[in-house]
Design a protein around this ligand. Structure first.
Ligand SMILES: Nc1ncnc2c1ncn2[C@@H]1O[C@H](COP(=O)(O)OP(=O)(O)OP(=O)(O)O)[C@@H](O)[C@H]1O
Length: 270
């Protein structure tokens, strides 16, 4: 049985499942400290937008959570499991319950869309070919791609289709949480809005929890329930768009109240 950490929601007074809990995480490369005692919680069923200046360490944190970068201190509990204390089997069980969409999609170019979606199935499950095909086609439908995209290679897809195919692969094993690294970068505003809408729909229908690294102000405004800002090697501020607008930190002010953010200012003020 998985015992999830619980935290009291100040607004509603109810307990909320914490799916991801980072405490005092410190990551350095040689003398260069990138994250210094960073703490962050992600709750079940929320879409968390993670934002911060270029080079502030968003990817390093994501890679640390995914076990691709070693941290020097702190703890990370993902899906109730302290990752430092996990046996290989426990780590595998956690890996099966998370999906990742890397920046630029990162599909295997020599595999078709269908085969790409089946990669996690082949890695973790032992299923007959026909069943895997049916499951992969279902995932394709889930992300709004037509069945005729299945035999195509990534080079034959548009940028938006690549993102959707990569999302379908991240959803292959019906994960509890997905990590999306700049999922709307490179998409036009309409494609980006459609992608955000899809993520919201998946959260609503599947109860998916979403950790989204993004620079996209529209995504932060329309798709995310909560925003966390990385700055000064830790989480500077977290909360709603309104909380961001009230924050006095110069970077947060410039980002959320600068020229390019005028429409956020307007809509947040009604
Ligand atoms: N393997 C590594 N070895 C040494 N330094 C690294 C390594 N990976 C990242 N860094 C450094 O860590 C810092 C944070 O990088 P990171 O890629 O996490 O930034 P980011 O916030 O994701 O930026 P962006 O928004 O531009 O993608 C940078 O200074 C980068 O050079």
């Amino acid at each position: 049985m998985t015992v999830l950490t619980e935290s009291r929601n100040i607004e509603t007074g109810t307990e909320r499942d914490v799916l991801l809990s980072v405490r005092d995480a410190t990551v350095a490369f040689g003398e260069s400290v990138i994250l210094d005692k960073l703490s962050l919680d992600v709750y079940r069923g929320e879409i968390l937008g993670f934002v911060g200046a270029s080079g502030s360490g968003k990817s390093v944190l994501l890679r640390t959570i995914l076990g691709l970068v070693r941290k020097q201190g702190g703890t990370i509990r993902l899906l109730g499991q302290d990752l430092d204390k996990a046996s290989d089997e426990q780590r595998m069980r956690v890996d099966m319950r998370q999906g990742v969409l890397f920046q630029h999609g990162a599909l295997f170019s020599a595999l078709t869309v269908l085969e790409n979606i089946q990669v996690p199935m082949r890695e973790y499950l032992d299923l007959p070919r026909k069943l895997m095909d049916e499951l992969a086609l279902l995932k394709l439908e889930l992300v709004g791609l037509p069945p005729d995209a299945a035999p195509k290679f990534p080079s034959e897809l548009s940028g938006g289709m690549i993102k959707r195919a990569a999302l379908a692969r991240a959803l292959a094993l019906d994960p509890d949480i997905v990590f999306l690294d700049e999922p709307t970068s490179g998409l036009d505003p309409i494609g980006a809005a459609e992608f955000d809408e899809l993520v919201g729909k998946l959260r609503d229908t599947m109860g998916l929890t979403v950790y989204m690294v993004t620079h996209d102000l529209d995504s932060l405004l329309t798709a995310c329930d909560r925003i966390a800002v990385l700055g000064g090697k830790r989480v500077l501020v977290e909360g709603t768009v309104d909380d961001m607008l009230k924050c006095d930190d110069p970077w947060v002010k410039a980002y959320f109240r600068g020229k390019r953010a005028r429409q956020i200012d307007r809509s947040a003020r009604g």
